[in-house]
Design a protein around this ligand. Structure first.
Ligand code: ATP
Length: 223
């Protein structure tokens, strides 16, 4: 009980993982679960992205990608599904998603944006990218065998904001930490190709996702 008589809970730790999830697979899910464990997240929100128009006419609708993500994580803590980017009229910028999520949290709740190394290196091209750290910490997912140099535009940011390990992140937002992780050798591209050539993707996606793909005849046409 606090002085005011109201009980005050500890700050929540919320992670965001964006992706196309076309379809969601065990690489996404296992990787995300490991990161959630490392960061001791209370909640890991999977946020399917609207597909950029230049990727061509999708045969799988946003609703179907969202449904597969929901089936994949249903009842599995700390996963949640956040469909806000698919439900908008236009593709969302990450900064807008962060602002919206942050507005729903308490000021001292910690928000973590999970980004692969490649996405992280592309940050300087993102809309209002210098504001991202106002709202969240950034967790860079990096392969242990990677030998990559950040672009010049990120060197100063890393020098100012990177901490030695995820455990050293403090406060609601503003820092960068690396998580070293060996990805499973699975990609959505490989899964679409297998399905288009009539092959099985059993065990590459959760059974419920496989059942959904089969029931709706998804990904049968070549890319
Ligand atoms: P595609 O093959 O269509 O490009 P993808 O399988 O790489 O898709 P995305 O939806 O682009 O999947 O991935 C979303 C996020 O999931 C990425 O930022 C990446 O960090 C992570 N991810 C993708 N594949 C794996 C994997 N095999 N293991 C761990 N993380 C992964």
């Amino acid at each position: 009980m606090s002085v005011s008589g109201l009980s005050r809970s500890a700050p929540r730790r919320v992670g965001l993982l964006g992706g196309t999830f076309d379809p969601v697979h065990i690489g996404h899910l296992r990787g995300a679960l490991e990161v959630a464990d490392i960061l001791a997240l209370d909640e890991l929100r999977v946020v399917p992205n609207a597909r950029p128009p230049h990727r061509g006419q999708p045969r799988v609708s946003p609703e179907q990608r969202l449904a597969m993500v929901q089936l994949a994580v249903q009842g599995v803590s700390p996963f949640q599904v956040d469909g806000r980017e698919l439900l908008r009229e236009r593709p969302s910028w990450t900064i807008e998603t962060l602002e919206a999520v942050r507005a729903e949290l308490a000021t001292d709740d910690q928000l973590f944006l999970l980004l692969g190394w490649d996405a992280f290196c592309g940050l300087p091209g993102w809309h209002r990218w210098s504001e991202l750290l106002w709202h969240c910490h950034i967790i860079v997912l990096q392969r242990p065998d990677a030998d990559s140099e950040p672009p010049d535009a990120l060197r100063n940011l890393l020098a100012a904001r990177a901490v030695s390990a995820p455990a050293a992140l403090h406060g609601p937002a503003g820092q960068i930490a690396f998580v070293w992780q060996t990805p499973l050798a699975v990609s959505a591209t490989q899964i679409r190709q297998l399905l288009a050539s009539g092959k099985s993707v059993r065990y590459l996606v959760p059974d419920a996702v496989l059942a959904y793909i089969e029931a709706h005849g998804l990904y049968r046409e070549p890319n």
